[in-house]
Design a protein around this ligand. Structure first.
Ligand code: PBG
Ligand code: ZN
Length: 336
């Protein structure tokens, strides 16, 4: 009788009953330190430390506080960071002057970070929203529309300033069309094109999951929203066209942001450009959701499952506020 139900060629469980067999069934999904990038918030007051109210276990640091924190993490395996500058005392104006003024915290910190942590790969987010009085990611015309050409010029100028100060990756998050070419041209004009990579936030959606971040950065638009430059969440077509455009303009790396609700876009982008390393930004709203997913153990397992699925969908590197926790989890795993 039993034979009626047994169809050996359709029995799969024999292929994954053992932990080592399961590893073989999950190719390319391992989480190693180079698959993780840690976003850090840098304050203009060099000695300050401020916990972020909306994000448990996340703080904003002045450079003198950040270096010891990062040194400890580098000793635990951290390979790369993504820096966001925050200004509260320096004035904000229409053209985002302080995005790359000599007083800008990122410009001041880069030489110190490079000297203190020579093995750490340092990416800088490039955007105007933390520094503009209107809080938009580009510059505006007198009637309040995005001034496209002026925005691209200014973004490229800021990217070049970070590159000159020591950034090894510049990562424009503004979503202005054609900024990748402008940045690459600027790097070439200063002979930095072979020492600085461009990580494009190529497929960045107008998501409602950036709330805790905007709170932290004080970078919300004063008026309006970002729907005229960030992509509409339902559009896989625009995501494909934006990725293709950025590749044609010379982007070294692509990104999908946010991550979890957009894994179809991750797969689409990886299939479209298998030769380009692909990043996911696991954004602040995703971080908050996972933090609320249960007790400590549940948070850890939900997190690791999420990262595995991001890797399966095609991500090569995940930008995540969980980086310190992930490093400790994967080093525990290796000890087992
Ligand atoms: C701004 C920027 C945002 C994030 C990274 N860079 C917010 C936005 O575009 O509105 C979001 C990151 C996060 O939510 O963790 N250019
Ligand atoms: Zn911005």
């Amino acid at each position: 009788m039993n034979q009626l139900f047994l169809s050996p060629e359709h029995v799969l469980q024999g292929g994954y009953f053992h932990a080592t067999l399961r590893k073989l069934q999950e190719p390319n999904v391992s989480i190693e330190p180079h698959n993780i990038m840690y976003p850090v918030f840098l304050l203009e007051n060099d000695d300050a430390v401020q916990p972020v109210a909306s994000m448990p276990n996340v703080s904003r640091y002045g450079i003198n506080q950040l270096i010891p924190v990062l040194t400890d993490l580098v000793n635990k395996g951290l390979r790369s960071i993504l820096i966001f500058g925050i200004v509260t005392n320096l004035p904000k104006d229409a053209s985002g002057t302080n995005a790359d003024s000599p007083d800008n915290p990122v410009i001041r910190a880069l030489p110190k970070l490079r000297a203190a942590l020579p093995s750490l790969l340092i990416a800088c987010d490039v955007c105007l929203c933390p520094y503009t009085s209107h809080g938009h990611c580009g510059l505006l015309t007198p009637n309040g529309a995005i001034d496209h050409a002026a925005s691209v010029r200014r973004i490229a100028e800021v990217a070049l300033s970070y590159a000159k100060a020591g950034a090894q990756i510049v990562a424009p998050s503004d979503m202005m069309d054609n900024r990748i070419k402008a940045i690459k041209d600027a790097l070439v004009s200063c002979k930095l094109q072979n020492q600085v990579a461009v990580l494009s936030y190529s497929c960045k959606f107008a998501s409602s999951m950036y709330g805790p971040f905007r709170d932290t950065m004080k970078s919300s638009p004063m008026e309006g929203d970002r729907k005229c430059y960030q992509l509409p969440p339902g559009s896989s077509g625009l995501a494909a066209r934006a990725a293709a455009r950025d590749v044609a303009e010379g982007a070294d790396f692509l990104m999908v942001k946010p991550g979890l609700p957009y894994l179809d876009i991750v797969r689409q982008t990886k299939d479209q450009f298998p030769q380009h390393p692909l990043f996911i930004y696991q954004v602040s709203g995703e971080y908050s959701m996972i933090c609320k997913s249960g007790d400590k153990k549940e948070v850890e397992t939900v997190l690791m499952e999420t990262l595995t699925c991001m890797r399966r969908a095609g991500a090569d590197c995940i930008i995540t506020y969980f980086a310190p926790l992930i490093l400790s989890l994967i080093s525990d795993e290796q000890k087992q």
